[in-house]
Design a protein around this ligand. Structure first.
Ligand SMILES: [Zn+2]
Length: 201
């Protein structure tokens, strides 16, 4: 069984949003076009409390995009984004989510960030996404969305570690930093994942 994972296609990551990914809106038509080809469609949603420690505003004297040590892990400090219940945290209204039976929220613990759809950044807690997919007999995972150098990348890495056959849909993904996305794609390939285009599906 094949699953499509739509990663964090939320208003704050789209043009005009608090943490806009360049050309982030370009992934939406790809998401809408591909869903009918998958038996299982799942979305993830970054969903932070306002006191989340990934926000620069919660560290005095720190600015967005500075890096700090947060409880033993390197943490990029972000502009305030995807705050629970705000319009910026909503999945884009332009995505057709009729086939998405489940939305997995992440980043809810104020003490730790969560890029991957499967675990927080320290692998301290699971979202239960892997159990959900296994419960649906999914063995192949196709990942796309925002952003390619963070949440898409870490989701793909965890999918590989969890021994799913893993594909990253490149034209359905946009990144914050293109150089970091190149490194991310190389890493995914090295770990046994595949980088594909939506027209190969
Ligand atoms: Zn976040």
């Amino acid at each position: 069984m094949k699953a499509l994972l739509l990663i964090d296609i939320q208003n704050d990551f789209l043009p005009g949003g608090a943490l806009a990914v360049p050309e982030g809106d370009k992934v939406i038509p790809v998401a809408n076009q591909l869903q009918s080809r998958f038996e299982v469609v799942v979305a993830t949603q970054d969903w932070h409390p306002t006191n989340h420690k990934s926000f620069a505003k919660n560290h005095s004297g720190k600015k967005p995009f500075e890096k700090i040590d947060l409880d033993g892990l390197e943490q990029v400090l972000w502009p305030t984004h995807c705050v629970q219940g705000t319009p910026g945290a909503q999945l884009s209204a332009a995505i057709n989510l009729n086939k998405a039976e489940a939305i997995f929220r992440k980043g809810t613990n104020p003490e730790i960030d969560s890029y991957s759809g499967f675990y927080d950044n320290g692998h301290r807690k699971t979202t239960a996404l892997a159990d959900y997919l296994r419960g649906k007999q999914v063995s192949q995972i196709y990942i796309m969305g925002l952003a390619g150098d963070y949440c898409v990348y870490y989701t793909a890495k965890d999918a590989l570690e969890l021994e799913f056959e893993t594909f990253l849909i490149e034209d359905g993904t946009r990144a914050i930093n293109p150089d970091d996305f190149e490194k991310a794609k190389a890493d995914i390939t090295n770990l046994g994942g595949q980088i594909i285009q939506s027209n190969q599906l």
